[in-house]
Design a protein around this ligand. Structure first.
Ligand SMILES: [Zn+2]
Length: 212
């Protein structure tokens, strides 16, 4: 598993785009900047997630079973760019394998935003275990990275329900008790506005059965 930043100088690129929003062009200035703790500084920038953060791109390269790659590259929020080793018989000289766990080389180009969006979904307990384990492995690897941006990013990866204080946004909640869903709070607001009676215990129980 390999992560590599594609910007030559991510700190300059990021600060340049931030300063443009303040009407200042850093390009012609001598502007080396070294925060006291670079990892903590990046954590703050990544959590704030302003659009300027999208100027930093990094690449993930790994070999994984086809079925895991499918789950990873189907996480498309923030538009990460994937490439996957082809199985074309006229290229490889052998028939396509029917084994869903056949290893393939793949890569993905990400921004911090797209990677965090993927982690939000793929770290939730609703995700298939094999994929969730791979996602955790990536996060552990980022947290051990020598690069301050990648290390900070690793610490910013959590399941969606973690960011939302334990309220799972999935249709089938990952929480043990299914009564604290985010959509329930919104449905309750809607019912209140239109004077629709709040759900009875019976209705809630039926819905939980339906979800299973
Ligand atoms: Zn969840």
């Amino acid at each position: 598993m390999r992560f590599r930043i594609l910007n030559k100088d991510p700190m300059f690129d990021y600060r340049e785009s931030c300063k443009i929003t303040e009407g200042r062009d850093l390009f012609n200035e001598d502007s080396t900047y070294k925060p006291k703790d670079e990892i903590e500084w990046w954590i703050k920038q990544i959590v704030a997630n302003h659009s300027t953060l999208r100027c930093i791109h990094f690449r993930l390269v790994d070999t994984r079973p086809k079925s895991v790659i499918m789950q990873i590259i189907r996480a498309t929020k923030g538009h990460p760019q994937p490439e996957v080793q082809s199985s074309r018989p006229d290229w490889t000289g052998k028939e396509r394998s029917s084994d869903p766990y056949e290893d393939k080389l793949f890569m993905q180009d990400h921004t911090a935003e797209s990677f965090i969006e993927m982690a939000k979904q793929r770290m939730c307990r609703r995700t298939e275990e094999r994929t969730r384990m791979f996602m955790s492995e990536m996060v552990r690897s980022l947290r051990k990275s020598k690069d301050p941006f990648l290390k900070a990013l690793g610490y910013c990866c959590h399941a969606n329900c973690w960011w939302l204080g334990g309220r799972c946004p999935e249709i089938k909640s990952c929480q043990v008790r299914d009564t604290n869903k985010l959509s329930d709070a919104i449905i309750a607001n809607y019912r209140l506005d239109y004077a629709i009676p709040l759900r009875t215990k019976q209705e809630e129980a039926e819905e939980t059965m339906e979800r299973r």
